[in-house]
Design a protein around this ligand. Sequence first.
Ligand code: EPZ
Length: 427
Amino acid sequence: MNILSIAGGQALAGDIRASGAKNAVLPILAATLLSDRVSTIENVPHLHDVTTMLQLLGQMGASLTVDEKQTIEIDPANITHPQAPYDLVKTMRASILVLGPLLARYGTAEVSLPGGCAIGSRPVDLHLKGLEAMGAEIKVENGYIRASASRLRGAHLFLDKVTVTGTENLLMAATLAEGETLIENAAMEPEVVDLAHFLQAMGAHIEGIGTSSLKITGKTSLNGTRYRVMPDRIEIGTFLVAAAITGGSIRLNGSCNDALESVLIKLQEAGASIETGGSGADAWVSLDMHGQRPRAVDIVTAPYPGFPTDMQAQFCAMNALADGVSVVTENLFENRFMHLNELARMGADISIEGNRAIIKGKPSLKGAPVTATDLRASASLVLAGLAAEGETQIFDVHYIDRGYERIEEKLSHLGANIHRKALPGPA
Ligand code: EPZ
């Protein structure tokens, strides 16, 4: 069994480069299924979830080559099995993203229902409702979604809730549907925009990109293309909080500052000096705490451009050590506070009232053995361990490998005392 062991108390300092965005590369890899031509995807992060998506595409019949710079070439010409089996979907819910492309391109798809996960029940009813409105026949039986459509037709869709992967599935399906599709109340996350730009590069006709109303005019076929995935704004935000919580000063190269606005503003509220510069692939962001303890900041999560739910756990860790009392409100998922129990084991003073956490900042936390429960919860435990007195051991560390590329390497480069250790016992 692997754990991460952290000896806290080092103020982080130095420069690192951001990786490609997990939540952009996953829908983009799925979107390659919309064409029978080769696509080349650059800046792909080396993550467990990406490996799972590649396994899924390979199992369908796509041929894949990966070079040493993690550029991936996908040839979807010989897809023979338009299925996503339970054993892969259960390890990565985002497998649902192959449903729209398979249905649009092959007229049939069999995708295991993604179960819930630690943070919530994670239904996909809005994905299915939208595809049915576009003419798909969908049966859900024996834990599988079985969908078929001779050819999807354009429809006027209104999403009852803002759903990121729901918007992405319907957007991908609409690119090959007959006629025009309007998706209202669409998610505007930067990763949805990145997917839309990739689809446009394949020849899709999409208007309203970056807004909550997407208009897609279906084509009969799409081409292959070459595309560079956007930087991971959640990885960047996580490292910025790592510097803030340890009173350090770091710079991230290859940033996406416009996509981080709400996070950067909250870090300034906490007392950080933030500077940004460069443009495109040369954009950068730096944070300097001047050795100060962060001030407590209230957080309310919301769909983009609101504060991202994927940064909530990280800010809870910072608030646990901040000067003052903060209220953190989680509006997206019904069970995304499990990191708080583990932070409390390190001495954090937190009480939960429904979807609100009241956090009384303390001058220090104590290292302890803690257990990760989901991807961003594990990140918050790493952050707390970096600032705590003594050693923190994080169990179930596989969660963190799903969403952070070489995290201990990057943190060590910034001066953290963090090591992966193999302990006897089950893997
Ligand atoms: C995406 O998940 C991200 N994952 C999540 O990141 C992120 O937390 C989430 O969006 C919100 O930003 C990927 O992009 C791969 P939703 P998604 O559909 O699409 C409800 C991470 O840590 N809903 O936007 O699954 C749902 O229950 C992960 O990287 C329905 O009710 O989230 C939730 O309350 C965690 N019916 C809300 O909408 C549906 O059909 C938002 O969920 C779909 C969603």
